[in-house]
Write a new protein. Structure first.
Length: 57
């Protein structure tokens, strides 16, 4: 069941957190969470990435 949320006129809504990481930091974060980086997909400018993680054995 969906819960209705009432938003007042003029009320702001936080929709995103954007963080920048180098690949070495992405791996450190994965290790901390007991995950393995399977692959890092990036755009041609390396502005955006999508990280494929896998649970460590």
């Amino acid at each position: 069941e969906l819960k209705k949320i009432r938003i007042k006129k003029g009320e702001t809504i936080h929709t995103e957190n954007s963080y920048k990481f180098i690949n070495a930091d992405i791996k450190k974060i994965a290790d901390y969470g007991r995950l393995k980086v399977e692959k890092i997909y990036t755009d041609k400018n390396n502005w955006f990435s999508l990280v494929h993680y896998k649970k460590q054995d």
